[in-house]
Design a protein around this ligand. Structure first.
Ligand code: GDP
Length: 209
Protein backbone atom coordinates (compact mmCIF):
# COMPACT_ATOMS: atom_id res chain seq x y z
CA UNK A 1 0.00 0.00 0.00
CA UNK A 2 1.14 3.54 -0.72
CA UNK A 3 1.81 5.70 2.30
CA UNK A 4 -1.40 6.94 3.89
CA UNK A 5 -1.61 10.71 4.01
CA UNK A 6 -3.39 12.26 6.96
CA UNK A 7 -5.68 15.26 6.87
CA UNK A 8 -5.52 15.48 10.64
CA UNK A 9 -4.51 13.76 13.87
CA UNK A 10 -5.46 15.20 17.22
CA UNK A 11 -6.03 14.42 20.85
CA UNK A 12 -9.73 14.05 21.70
CA UNK A 13 -10.09 13.02 25.32
CA UNK A 14 -8.73 11.05 28.25
CA UNK A 15 -11.11 8.56 29.78
CA UNK A 16 -10.67 7.89 33.48
CA UNK A 17 -13.64 5.55 33.64
CA UNK A 18 -16.30 3.98 31.43
CA UNK A 19 -18.52 7.04 31.90
CA UNK A 20 -15.93 9.17 30.07
CA UNK A 21 -15.80 6.98 26.95
CA UNK A 22 -16.78 9.07 23.94
CA UNK A 23 -20.03 8.27 22.19
CA UNK A 24 -19.09 8.85 18.65
CA UNK A 25 -19.87 7.16 15.36
CA UNK A 26 -16.17 6.63 14.63
CA UNK A 27 -14.64 3.16 14.62
CA UNK A 28 -11.88 2.60 17.18
CA UNK A 29 -8.51 0.89 16.93
CA UNK A 30 -7.02 0.15 20.33
CA UNK A 31 -3.30 -0.08 21.17
CA UNK A 32 -2.18 -2.13 24.15
CA UNK A 33 1.11 -3.45 25.49
CA UNK A 34 3.50 -3.46 28.43
CA UNK A 35 4.85 -0.17 29.70
CA UNK A 36 7.91 0.80 27.68
CA UNK A 37 7.07 -1.55 24.78
CA UNK A 38 7.22 1.42 22.40
CA UNK A 39 3.50 2.18 22.16
CA UNK A 40 3.81 5.98 22.16
CA UNK A 41 6.61 5.81 19.59
CA UNK A 42 4.57 3.58 17.29
CA UNK A 43 1.46 5.75 17.61
CA UNK A 44 3.56 8.80 16.76
CA UNK A 45 5.13 6.98 13.80
CA UNK A 46 1.66 6.15 12.48
CA UNK A 47 0.43 9.68 12.98
CA UNK A 48 3.61 11.16 11.52
CA UNK A 49 3.76 13.57 14.44
CA UNK A 50 3.99 13.61 18.21
CA UNK A 51 0.55 12.73 19.48
CA UNK A 52 1.00 10.33 22.33
CA UNK A 53 2.15 11.54 25.71
CA UNK A 54 2.16 15.22 24.70
CA UNK A 55 -1.53 15.97 24.74
CA UNK A 56 -2.73 13.54 27.36
CA UNK A 57 -3.21 14.85 30.85
CA UNK A 58 -0.80 12.84 33.00
CA UNK A 59 -2.45 11.01 35.85
CA UNK A 60 -5.93 11.31 34.43
CA UNK A 61 -5.59 8.45 32.00
CA UNK A 62 -6.69 5.45 33.89
CA UNK A 63 -8.61 3.89 31.06
CA UNK A 64 -7.60 5.28 27.68
CA UNK A 65 -6.56 8.28 25.58
CA UNK A 66 -8.48 8.90 22.39
CA UNK A 67 -7.00 10.47 19.25
CA UNK A 68 -8.92 11.25 16.10
CA UNK A 69 -7.07 10.26 12.94
CA UNK A 70 -8.31 11.46 9.56
CA UNK A 71 -6.64 9.73 6.60
CA UNK A 72 -7.26 11.50 3.30
CA UNK A 73 -8.70 8.51 1.40
CA UNK A 74 -10.13 6.33 4.17
CA UNK A 75 -12.60 6.48 7.06
CA UNK A 76 -11.69 8.64 10.04
CA UNK A 77 -11.17 6.64 13.22
CA UNK A 78 -10.28 6.90 16.87
CA UNK A 79 -6.91 5.58 17.86
CA UNK A 80 -7.27 4.43 21.47
CA UNK A 81 -4.16 4.36 23.63
CA UNK A 82 -4.70 1.96 26.51
CA UNK A 83 -2.60 2.13 29.69
CA UNK A 84 0.55 0.02 29.64
CA UNK A 85 0.59 -3.05 31.84
CA UNK A 86 3.40 -4.13 34.15
CA UNK A 87 6.32 -6.48 34.13
CA UNK A 88 6.07 -8.71 37.18
CA UNK A 89 5.01 -12.32 36.84
CA UNK A 90 1.45 -13.08 37.81
CA UNK A 91 1.38 -9.53 39.12
CA UNK A 92 -1.77 -7.84 40.30
CA UNK A 93 -0.97 -5.28 37.59
CA UNK A 94 -2.00 -7.88 35.02
CA UNK A 95 -5.33 -8.22 36.77
CA UNK A 96 -5.69 -4.43 36.91
CA UNK A 97 -5.08 -4.25 33.18
CA UNK A 98 -7.75 -6.88 32.56
CA UNK A 99 -10.18 -4.90 34.69
CA UNK A 100 -9.47 -1.79 32.64
CA UNK A 101 -9.64 -3.66 29.36
CA UNK A 102 -12.98 -5.14 30.42
CA UNK A 103 -14.22 -1.69 31.37
CA UNK A 104 -13.31 -0.31 27.97
CA UNK A 105 -14.61 -3.32 26.04
CA UNK A 106 -17.86 -3.67 27.98
CA UNK A 107 -18.47 -0.12 29.23
CA UNK A 108 -18.06 -1.03 32.88
CA UNK A 109 -21.22 -3.14 32.82
CA UNK A 110 -21.58 -6.80 33.44
CA UNK A 111 -22.91 -6.70 29.91
CA UNK A 112 -21.97 -9.27 27.34
CA UNK A 113 -22.14 -6.88 24.43
CA UNK A 114 -18.71 -5.69 23.42
CA UNK A 115 -18.29 -2.00 22.59
CA UNK A 116 -19.42 -1.91 18.97
CA UNK A 117 -17.01 0.85 18.01
CA UNK A 118 -13.96 -1.39 18.40
CA UNK A 119 -12.79 -2.34 14.90
CA UNK A 120 -9.54 -3.94 16.00
CA UNK A 121 -6.85 -4.25 18.65
CA UNK A 122 -3.09 -3.94 18.31
CA UNK A 123 -1.19 -5.86 20.93
CA UNK A 124 2.42 -4.68 21.00
CA UNK A 125 5.21 -6.93 22.24
CA UNK A 126 8.92 -6.14 22.44
CA UNK A 127 10.69 -8.14 19.72
CA UNK A 128 13.57 -8.78 22.10
CA UNK A 129 11.35 -10.57 24.62
CA UNK A 130 8.96 -12.89 22.77
CA UNK A 131 6.40 -14.78 24.83
CA UNK A 132 6.47 -12.95 28.19
CA UNK A 133 3.80 -14.22 30.53
CA UNK A 134 2.07 -10.83 30.84
CA UNK A 135 1.90 -10.53 27.04
CA UNK A 136 0.62 -14.06 26.52
CA UNK A 137 -2.03 -13.42 29.15
CA UNK A 138 -3.12 -10.11 27.58
CA UNK A 139 -3.19 -11.77 24.15
CA UNK A 140 -5.38 -14.60 25.47
CA UNK A 141 -7.79 -12.06 26.94
CA UNK A 142 -8.03 -9.99 23.77
CA UNK A 143 -8.35 -12.90 21.39
CA UNK A 144 -11.24 -14.26 23.47
CA UNK A 145 -13.21 -11.10 22.52
CA UNK A 146 -14.88 -10.52 19.15
CA UNK A 147 -12.68 -7.71 17.69
CA UNK A 148 -9.76 -8.89 15.54
CA UNK A 149 -6.30 -8.73 17.14
CA UNK A 150 -3.10 -7.75 15.34
CA UNK A 151 0.09 -8.88 17.07
CA UNK A 152 2.86 -6.32 16.60
CA UNK A 153 6.52 -6.83 17.45
CA UNK A 154 8.22 -3.50 18.27
CA UNK A 155 11.85 -2.33 18.11
CA UNK A 156 12.88 -4.93 15.50
CA UNK A 157 15.77 -2.62 14.53
CA UNK A 158 17.47 -3.94 17.66
CA UNK A 159 17.59 -7.49 16.26
CA UNK A 160 20.30 -8.96 14.08
CA UNK A 161 19.19 -10.59 10.86
CA UNK A 162 19.48 -14.07 12.37
CA UNK A 163 17.61 -13.02 15.46
CA UNK A 164 14.75 -11.71 13.38
CA UNK A 165 13.91 -15.10 11.95
CA UNK A 166 14.27 -16.76 15.32
CA UNK A 167 12.07 -14.09 16.87
CA UNK A 168 9.35 -14.44 14.23
CA UNK A 169 9.19 -18.13 14.89
CA UNK A 170 9.26 -17.70 18.66
CA UNK A 171 6.41 -15.18 18.48
CA UNK A 172 4.29 -17.42 16.27
CA UNK A 173 4.90 -20.31 18.69
CA UNK A 174 4.11 -18.29 21.81
CA UNK A 175 0.98 -16.55 20.51
CA UNK A 176 -0.32 -18.86 17.81
CA UNK A 177 -0.34 -16.02 15.28
CA UNK A 178 2.28 -14.29 13.18
CA UNK A 179 3.50 -10.88 14.33
CA UNK A 180 3.95 -7.76 12.22
CA UNK A 181 7.59 -6.78 12.60
CA UNK A 182 7.89 -3.03 13.19
CA UNK A 183 10.29 -0.31 14.21
CA UNK A 184 9.27 3.22 15.10
CA UNK A 185 12.94 4.19 14.71
CA UNK A 186 13.38 3.06 11.08
CA UNK A 187 9.72 3.14 9.98
CA UNK A 188 9.83 -0.56 9.13
CA UNK A 189 6.40 -2.19 9.16
CA UNK A 190 4.44 1.08 9.42
CA UNK A 191 2.92 0.54 5.98
CA UNK A 192 1.93 -2.99 7.02
CA UNK A 193 0.18 -1.50 10.04
CA UNK A 194 -1.69 0.88 7.74
CA UNK A 195 -2.70 -2.00 5.48
CA UNK A 196 -4.18 -3.80 8.50
CA UNK A 197 -5.92 -0.61 9.67
CA UNK A 198 -7.50 0.17 6.30
CA UNK A 199 -8.63 -3.41 5.80
CA UNK A 200 -10.27 -3.58 9.23
CA UNK A 201 -11.88 -0.16 8.93
CA UNK A 202 -13.46 -1.38 5.70
CA UNK A 203 -14.71 -4.56 7.38
CA UNK A 204 -16.13 -2.74 10.41
CA UNK A 205 -19.88 -2.15 10.52
CA UNK A 206 -21.39 0.44 12.85
CA UNK A 207 -23.28 -1.05 15.80
CA UNK A 208 -27.09 -1.02 15.58
CA UNK A 209 -28.54 1.72 17.77
P1 GDP B 1 5.61 3.21 25.80
O1 GDP B 1 5.85 3.29 27.28
O2 GDP B 1 5.12 1.86 25.42
O3 GDP B 1 4.77 4.32 25.26
O4 GDP B 1 7.07 3.30 25.10
P2 GDP B 1 7.83 4.51 24.39
O5 GDP B 1 7.29 4.75 23.02
O6 GDP B 1 7.87 5.67 25.31
O7 GDP B 1 9.28 3.86 24.20
C1 GDP B 1 10.02 3.34 25.29
C2 GDP B 1 11.51 3.40 24.94
O8 GDP B 1 11.77 2.57 23.82
C3 GDP B 1 11.97 4.80 24.55
O9 GDP B 1 13.29 4.97 25.06
C4 GDP B 1 11.98 4.76 23.03
O10 GDP B 1 12.92 5.64 22.46
C5 GDP B 1 12.37 3.31 22.76
N1 GDP B 1 11.79 2.85 21.48
C6 GDP B 1 10.50 2.90 21.10
N2 GDP B 1 10.33 2.39 19.88
C7 GDP B 1 11.56 2.02 19.44
C8 GDP B 1 12.05 1.42 18.21
O11 GDP B 1 11.32 1.11 17.26
N3 GDP B 1 13.38 1.14 18.15
C9 GDP B 1 14.23 1.44 19.18
N4 GDP B 1 15.53 1.14 19.01
N5 GDP B 1 13.81 2.01 20.33
C10 GDP B 1 12.50 2.30 20.46
Amino acid sequence: MARVRLLGAQFVTSAASAGDLPRSPLPELAFAGRSNVGKSSLINALAGRTLARTSAAPGKTRLANFYEIRPDKHKAFHLVDMPGYGYARGAPEGAVFETLAREYFFGGQQAHDVRGAIAGVFLLVDARHPGLEADVRAHAWFTAQPPPVCLVATKVDKLSRNDRQRTSRALADAFGQAALMTSASTGEGIEDLWTWIVQHLQQWTPPAR
